[in-house]
Design a protein around this ligand. Structure first.
Ligand code: SF4
Length: 438
């Protein structure tokens, strides 16, 4: 549940309403705040039944919270005023994750600080036109007019302004939404990708990742994970069912170390919000018990799977991903083979190219051999490493990304290059660290 509190830095983040309300209310009227957002339709029905209301009122609540994206109980006009008042008196609020701050990249990417209780925020990223990582994965989500991948070095999505948005603290949500839509000048993207966080920080400690510097601070709840998505859909005026929006669970955290909440969020997003699991991809560093659990999920509720491989062999992988000492590449692949893939579906290997460490020509051949050895339909997404403060790796040399891609492609492995998005605002892969620029 979202608690309401101030950030460490009040000049940068928004103080939330409920904390104030609790402080200002007379002691006798203070009630514990409870979030509707995060409850599924059954739980909402039970809640209504507990208030002596018919079960279909729960469906109305779900419609309001997840479809109409109403953010305030008082604004749920499908419920009688007296019922809204009773809900509020019982401490119920919508309690959806709220965007506290927005950073906009020159390439149109937006990075959001999203409040999730206490002084903690997580980061969520909106990438108009995606980053090419969606291509060739067996769904139609990334393929435009038969084109599978963006060519290396493709120009960024054109946007007019390099303006940093700053805090929207003084604006009501409706005004912010209106501004967002106006800023888009109508819808000037044909598809988009939202990168979602599953934990505050991360315990996996990949050596090339800024998020790892935070350590694990807290797991997010299912409502907090799904709330990031709905808040961004709302801000961008996305019409579910019409607009092509992909989700990647590749933000802060390791989703498979917060499995129940992650899958709880997926169920909310599929069943209540109406998004397709075939437009969702979850990336894991290789948490074998999580992959095995994931293999048991029904196809109609299962996102696609990406393995954050990042190395051509165990020796290199252990250096840059200590988790490999617990579950090596072979153990991970054994688990992945248990996932029953849908027709045309492929498993993605995400591969970060670190200059001189993972980007050598022989590494490309090793990755191709590894991919073939798995016997799985795979594709490889190459990501040129994004620099971050305090991380002592180098970007791959000019030309080595294309050479790596060409080698893999030459060996018959479907390979795509993810375009870096939002580097200037620390929104790119591996850069999410609750960074607050001034
Ligand atoms: S790359 Fe992913 S799993 Fe690894 S430390 Fe960063 S957030 Fe965690």
């Amino acid at each position: 549940m979202l608690n309401k509190a101030m950030s460490n830095d009040p000049s940068q983040l928004v103080q939330l309403d409920a904390g104030n309300a609790a402080a200002e209310s007379p002691a006798h009227s203070v009630v514990e705040k409870k979030a509707l957002f995060g409850l599924d339709a059954e739980q909402l029905k039970e809640l209504m039944a507990g208030l002596g209301e018919p079960a279909w009122r729960g469906r109305q609540l779900a419609q309001a919270v997840y479809h109409q994206r109403v953010a305030d109980v008082e604004a749920i006009t499908t419920l009688a005023k007296s019922l809204r008042r009773r809900l509020a008196e019982a401490g119920w609020e919508v309690g959806r994750a709220r965007i506290a701050q927005v950073f906009r990249s020159i390439d149109g990417t937006e990075r959001y600080l999203v409040e999730c209780g206490g002084a903690l925020t997580v980061e969520t990223v909106w990438m108009p036109e995606g980053d090419g990582g969606e291509a060739g994965d067996g769904s139609d989500s990334g393929n435009l007019q038969g084109r599978d991948a963006e060519p290396l070095g493709a120009p960024p999505f054109p946007r007019s302004s390099a303006e940093r948005m700053g805090s929207h603290k003084s604006q009501p949500e409706s005004a912010r939404n209106a501004i967002a839509v106006a800023e888009k000048g109508g819808q000037n993207w044909s598809r988009a990708t939202i990168c979602v966080s599953s934990q505050v920080g991360c315990a996996v400690n990949c050596q090339f990742c800024l998020t790892a510097k935070l350590g694990l601070q807290r797991n997010l709840t299912a409502g907090e994970i799904a709330g990031q998505v709905v808040s961004v859909l709302d801000r961008q005026g996305v019409e579910v069912g019409r607009d092509r929006v992909n989700l990647v669970f590749m933000g802060m955290g390791e989703p498979f170390l917060n499995y129940s909440s992650f899958m709880g969020a997926v169920r909310l997003l599929v069943s209540e919000v109406g998004l397709s699991p075939q437009r969702m991809t979850v990336s894991t560093s290789g948490i074998v018990p999580g992959i095995e659990r994931f293999a048991e999920e029904p196809a109609e509720m299962r996102p696609k799977l990406a393995i954050s491989l990042n190395a051509p062999n165990d020796e290199v992988r252990e250096q840059i991903m200590p988790i490999n000492r617990k579950w090596n590449i072979e153990a991970v692949m054994d688990a992945v083979r248990q996932v029953k893939l849908r027709p045309r579906e492929r498993v993605t290997f995400e591969y970060v190219l670190l200059g001189g460490v993972t980007d050598r020509p022989e590494h490309a051949h090793q990755v191709a051999r590894l991919a073939r050895r798995t016997g799985l339909p795979v594709k490889v997404n190459l990501i040129a490493w994004n620099p971050g403060p305090g991380i002592l790796y180098a970007m791959p040399a000019a030309g080595s990304v294309e050479a790596f891609r060409a080698t893999l492609a030459g060996e018959g492995i479907a390979t795509y290059v993810r375009r870096p998005r939002g580097r200037d605002i620390f929104a790119a892969c591996g850069q999410l660290k609750r960074t607050v620029e001034r």
